[in-house]
Structures are given as C-alpha cells and as structure tokens.
Write a protein that binds this ligand. Sequence first.
Ligand code: DC
Length: 246
Amino acid sequence: MSIAELQKMDVVTKAVPTAQPLRKIVIAVDGPAASGKGTLARKIAERLGYAYLDTGALYRAVALAVLEMNGDPSRVGDVMLAVDVVKRNLTLELLASSLLRRPDVSEASSKVAALPEVRTELLEFQRSFAKNPPGEVGGAVLDGRDIGTVVCPDADIKFFVTAKPEERAQRRFNELQWHHPLLTLEKVLADLLQRDQRDKTREVSPAYPANDAYLLDTTKLSPDEVLDTAIYTVQKKFLGATDDHA
Ligand code: DC
C-alpha cells in the first residue's frame, strides 16, 4: 500500500500497543526546513514513548555559539571553537532554547552544517544517542537532513517529509512573526530557498531522501494526519498491523 493510499484512510487513532521489541528501534525523520519533520518526529516519539533528538538543534547551537563569539560561521577555525564550547555545555535546555530559532541563527546554521569538520564532530553524539537513547525507552527518533543516509543508515524505518516551499515559508512566517514583526513572508521564503539550496548542494551529507525512506508530503495535511500516517506505517512494519485495521 502506498503512502498516498494510507493518507486517504482513516488510520490509527489509538496508542500503539505497549509490547516493545527486545532491541531498540531507530526511526529517522529527514526533510527540509519547516516541512513538519520536527513536529512529526516529536509526536512519534511521544506516541511510542521513545527518546527524541532534534539534530538540527545541534547545528543551531553551534551557530549561536559562533555568533556569540563574534566568529564567522563559514570559517572552520571559528566554528570548531564553538563546537568545543557546545560539546562541553550540551543540555536538553540548550537544544530547546528559543534563541536557536532566531533567523540569523537559522542562516548561520546552514553555513556551519556545510563544514565537514563540524559534521564529523557531531556524528558520534548522534549515533550514540540512537544506539543508547536516554531513559528506559524502546527506541529513538532522530530528525534532521542526513539521519537516514549518513547518521543511521540502518535505521529501522525512515521518513522523508516534504511540503511545497510556499507552505513551508508560511508556516515558518507564522512561527516567527510575533517575535520578528519586521519580517515579511517574501523574505522568509527567499531565506528558506537559499538554505534548501545550500543544504542540498553541500559536499558532505547533502540533504536528500534515503532510497528506502517513506516520502510524506505534508502540504495539505494537518500534523495529526501526518502522525497517523507515520504511526500506521510503523505499526504495519513492526507490529503486524493489517490493511483491514481501520
Ligand atoms: O532542521 P533545522 O532547520 O533546525 O536545521 C538547521 C540547519 O542544520 C539546516 O541548515 C540544516 C542543518 N542540518 C544538517 O545539515 N543535518 C542535520 N542532521 C540536521 C540539520
């Protein structure tokens, strides 16, 4: 059954049964900015009781540290100093900080993420989170750009979340306009397209779907519809849900 067919069905509204496989499950959720991947990944983790890591926040934390040190986000020396600071001060509070959502931090994050040295430094942390997620949980959900292709190529299930650029820009604009009243939708769209381009064309770990990823277009779906589709896909794969479950 295709994702498109799944989307048309009245799928999964109940929590997944509690029985967990013996080994830890890894779920990779990749996709471009404001595609809905973060919301989806967090909700999957909540629904299944898994640990969640927003890997974009790692790059954003490095970007924020560079900016605070008055460094240049494209200069390896400056950025590696910031990586060092972040690695020594990494907390869940930092990764959840609203400072990381500032437009200048978004812009700088895609510059630091293009540096191979930075990616190598952050890779180990991401892999070890996936392998040994914190807490007594049955698995981990990681979202980013290269989770299914580079960080966890053996992930048990992979999603690649997309949406039309105009829809993504509108979502990001809605999030930001309260704190950034001078921002325009046109500027948000232009920045987003520029970041997409940088993320897709960088030499290391360019952002693209893994061959075995399920593609989810969220343009016309609510977050709950996207979640239901993803959870049904997970259930089908691991818990033997059948097509006539609905
Ligand atoms: O998902 P996000 O917008 O918070 O990501 C911030 C930046 O980090 C973005 O430019 C892409 C980059 N990134 C990456 O290169 N690899 C990841 N696994 C996650 C994010």
